[in-house]
Design a protein. Structure first.
Length: 440
C-alpha cells in the first residue's frame, strides 16, 4: 500500500525501500526513507502554571516565527479547554495569527477534537483557513484527550471515538465538495455543502492522532489520510502502527503513504551532553503534568531519590544531548518504524528562551540536513576537491607561468617562493593523509 518515494543519500533521488530488519513475526521488512524528511513542532503548548497567559501565547507566536526562519516544515497546534497549562482553545484562530507572521512554514491543528464541534462548522472553518494561509493549513483530528474538557461539554469519554469517526467521515465528504444529509444523536446536516471550494487540491492535508491503540491508525487507513503518533516511538505497539494503517486502507480500497506519518518526540540540544543537561537543571523537574503543580520533590521519580539525569534517561521519547545524539535517535526511530515522513518535537520550555532557540537552531543546522539529502553531496564535493588539489595546483601554476611567458617576462622571485611554499604544504597534507590511512 505504500507508494515508492525517492531518497537522496549519496546519489540524487534514488528510489529507496532498503532492507532493514526482521520483524517479530519473522517477515523481512524494508525501510522507507523519504527524499526529504519533514521536521516540525507539536505545540500543545505547555506553559508554566501561574505565569502571564497573554505573554505565554505571544511567546508561542515568536517561536513559530523563529522556526520559520530556520526552515522547519510545520507546526501543529493543540486544542484544550482545561488543565491550566495548555491554553489554546481554538487552534484555527491561533493559526490565522501565526500565518500573518510567517512566510512558508505549514500550520496545522494538532489536533481539533471532533466531538466538541459540529462537523459542518469545523469543515467550513478549516476550508476558509486553507484560503487565508494560501495552502499552508493542515487539519489534524482526534477524539479529545483531556477528560476534563469532555466533562465540561457533557460528553461521555466512551463515546468520543465513535463521535470522532462519525464527524471525520462527514468532514471529508464536505471537503471533497459533496452535499451531505445526515442525522445522528449529536448533529444533523440537511443538504449541507461548503460554499467555498478548497484552495488546496483536492483539499487541505488531513491527519488522525494516534496514541497506543489501533483506533487512530484504523481511521487514518480507512480514509487514506495521514497519521500523527503523539505517543512517540517508545511504546510496545509502535512497530505495528503502520501495519494497522495499511490493513484498514486495504479494507477500504484506499492508498496510504508513509510520507504522511509523523512521530512526536521531545528534545533539547546543546554543544555537549553536559551543557544540555545543565540547561534543563532548573525547569525539567517542574515540567507540565509531572511536578509543576506540586511542591518540588513530590514527583514520581523524585520520590524514589532519582537524579535529574536518571529521570531524563527514564523519560520516553526524549533526546537530551548533542546533534549527533539526535541523529542516532532519529535513525533508530526510522529503522524501528519501517520508515516515516517526519518527526515533530513536543513544545516545552524546560530551558530559557535563548537556550531553547539555540536547541532548535542546532537541530536545523546539523540534524535535519542529515535526513534531507543536504549533507552527503557537500561531503562528497569536499572529498573530491581535497583529493584533486594537486591537479588543480599544477594547472594553476601552468597558467601563471604561461601568462609570464606570453608577456616575455620571467617569473618574479615572490611568485616562485609562493609556488614553492604551496607545493610544500600540499606535500605535507598528502603525507599526513597517507599516514592516517596506514594507521600511523
Amino acid at each position: 500500500m505504500t507508494r515508492l518515494s525517492y531518497h537522496r543519500r549519496r546519489i540524487a533521488f534514488e528510489p529507496t525501500l532498503t532492507p532493514a530488519r526482521t520483524s517479530r513475526q519473522g517477515v523481512h521488512t524494508m525501510t522507507y526513507r523519504p527524499a526529504r524528511m519533514k521536521f516540525g513542532l507539536f505545540m500543545a503548548p505547555f506553559h508554566r502554571a501561574g505565569e502571564n497567559p497573554t505573554l505565554a501565547l505571544r511567546r508561542n507566536l515568536d517561536l513559530i516565527e523563529h522556526l520559520d526562519r530556520l526552515g522547519y516544515d510545520e507546526v501543529w497546534i493543540g486544542e484544550h479547554h482545561s488543565g491550566t497549562r495548555e491554553t489554546i482553545a481554538d487552534p484555527a484562530i491561533f493559526i490565522a495569527a501565526a500565518a500573518e507572521r510567517t512566510q512558508r512554514i505549514k500550520l496545522g491543528t494538532g489536533v481539533s477534537s471532533l466531538p466538541y464541534h459540529h462537523p459542518f462548522m469545523l469543515a467550513d472553518q478549516m476550508n476558509m483557513l486553507d484560503h487565508l494561509t494560501r495552502g499552508r493549513a493542515m487539519f489534524g483530528v482526534g477524539p479529545g484527550l483531556l477528560a476534563s474538557d469532555a466533562y465540561q461539554l457533557g460528553i461521555e469519554p466512551p463515546e468520543q471515538r465513535r463521535m470522532m469517526a462519525e464527524a471525520l467521515d462527514v468532514i471529508l465528504r464536505l471537503l471533497r465538495g459533496e452535499t451531505v444529509t445526515e442525522k445522528t444523536d449529536w448533529y444533523e446536516l440537511r443538504d449541507a455543502r461548503l460554499q467555498l471550494p478548497s484552495y488546496t487540491f483536492p483539499h487541505l492535508p488531513v491527519a488522525v492522532a494516534s496514541s497506543t491503540t489501533p483506533a487512530g491508525p484504523t481511521q487514518a487507513g480507512k480514509h487514506g489520510v495521514g497519521l500523527l503518533s503523539v505517543a512517540g516511538a517508545s511504546h510496545e505497539t509502535f512497530e505495528r502502527t503502520w501495519n494497522w494503517v495499511e490493513e484498514a486502507a486495504a479494507d477500504s480500497g484506499k492508498t496510504v503513504d508513509r510520507a504522511d506519518w509523523r512521530v512526536v518526540i521531545s528534545f533539547h540540544l546543546a554543544d555537549t551532553k553536559e551543557e544540555a543537561l545543565a540547561d534543563l537543571e532548573a525547569r525539567f523537574p517542574h515540567r507540565a503534568y509531572v511536578a509543576d503543580g506540586r511542591r518540588p520533590g513530590l514527583g514520581a521519580f523524585a520520590a524514589k531519590g532519582a537524579t535529574m539525569r536518571q529521570e531524563i534517561d527514564a523519560t520516553p521519547n526524549l533526546i537530551v544531548g548533542t546533534p549527533d545524539d539526535a541523529v542516532a535517535a532519529v535513525e533508530s526511530i526510522v529503522e524501528r518504524s519501517g520508515g516515516l515522513g517526519g518527526v515533530l518535537a513536543t513544545h516545552h520550555e524546560w530551558a530559557d528562551t535563548a537556550k531553547t532557540y539555540k536547541s532548535y537552531e542546532l537541530w536545523a543546522r546539523h540534524v535535519a540536513p542529515h535526513f534531507q539529502g543536504m549533507h552527503h553531496p557537500l561531503m562528497e564535493q569536499r572529498d573530491w576537491f581535497d583529493a584533486s588539489q594537486g591537479k588543480f595546483f599544477a594547472r594553476s601554476q601552468e597558467a601563471t607561468e604561461r601568462a609570464f611567458s606570453d608577456a616575455g617576462k620571467e617569473l618574479t622571485p615572490e611568485i616562485r617562493e609562493q609556488m614553492r611554499m604551496i607545493a610544500e604544504r600540499r606535500a605535507a597534507r598528502e603525507a599526513a593523509t597517507r599516514d592516517a590511512g596506514n594507521g600511523a
